[in-house]
Design a protein around this ligand. Structure first.
Ligand SMILES: NC(=O)c1ccc[n+]([C@@H]2O[C@H](COP(=O)([O-])OP(=O)(O)OC[C@H]3O[C@@H](n4cnc5c(N)ncnc54)[C@H](OP(=O)(O)O)[C@@H]3O)[C@@H](O)[C@H]2O)c1
Length: 244
């Protein structure tokens, strides 16, 4: 099978045997795998490493369509097949394509956990999201609106959700996923099946629409990551692994 691999001297597509699932894992035929800004820096201490930690695909043994955020401390899913812990898999939103479904877990779960877990967002509160058109930000804006919050661009916010880093806007509560900062709660998103099920429900109800900035075939992973690093994106960059 084809696999995207990050080596110390760069990113290449290799040809390897499909992985053999261990206890608690299933083999997933990956249809689409989405990419995240800066993620190539994350596995620096365990190269070579497979990038991309969110997928939509089909469980080989059962035929079930699934999507997931996968753990960051092991190989990702930019490959034709991936062995994935079954605990992180949720049924794919039926109304979304695989490309659209793959664009949801990282941004959707980061936004959910920032707004509702760490940010304790309440109906009617004023929310400021930095990077509101990015992979995480565009979903945070939709989730905040769905929760009955008021989106603001400046001024006093009850909750700031920062996805950019640097100097942070002022807010009663400030949550960031970009970088640790004084006075802000920084967290790393965690895979969560129940939250994914809720995100899928919202997607199928048309309350949450993942935006696809661009798609690339697996062989063009290098170009896809160049796009991830560019400014002016609208939503997620996705590897269309299975071609549609
Ligand atoms: N801690 C965690 O668990 C976690 C989880 C997911 C992501 N992250 C991190 O969170 C950040 C956002 O992720 P993402 O996937 O939403 O990224 P993204 O898709 O690239 O979105 C970031 C947005 O911020 C805006 N931006 C404003 N100033 C920027 C600047 N100086 N440099 C880059 N972008 C700037 C960009 O919009 P314009 O170019 O249109 O201005 C961009 O759309 C990344 O650093 C990512 O690594 C962390």
């Amino acid at each position: 099978m084809r696999v995207v691999c990050l080596y110390s001297d760069g990113l290449r597509v290799a040809d390897v045997e499909p992985p053999v699932p261990r206890d608690g894992e299933v083999l997933v035929r990956v249809h689409a795998a989405a990419l995240t800004h800066d993620e190539l820096k994350w596995p620096a201490d365990r190269l070579p490493a497979v990038p991309s930690y969110e997928l939509s695909g089909v469980v080989v043994e059962t035929g079930e369509e699934v999507f997931a955020l996968t753990p960051f401390d092991r190989d990702g899913v930019a490959a034709d097949y991936a062995a994935v812990p079954s605990a992180v898999l949720a049924p794919k939103p039926a109304s979304l394509t695989h490309v659209e479904a793959a664009a949801l877990p990282m941004g959707g779960l980061s936004a959910w956990q920032a707004l509702f877990v760490h940010g304790r967002l309440q109906r009617g509160e004023r929310v400021l999201v930095t990077g509101p058109s990015g992979g995480v930000g565009h979903l945070a804006v939709q989730l905040a609106r769905y929760a009955g919050a008021e989106l603001v661009e400046d001024g006093a916010a009850d909750l700031v959700f920062d996805t950019v880093g640097g100097e942070l806007p002022v807010g009663e509560r400030v949550v960031t996923i970009a970088a640790e900062a004084p006075g802000a709660v920084y967290f790393v998103v965690e895979p969560d099946r129940e939250q994914l099920v809720e995100l899928a429900r919202l997607a199928d109800a048309d309350e949450l629409v993942p935006a696809i900035d661009s798609t690339f075939p697996l062989e063009q992973a290098r170009e896809a990551f160049d796009r991830v690093a560019a400014r002016g994106k609208r939503g997620k960059v996705v590897l269309d692994v299975a071609g549609g």
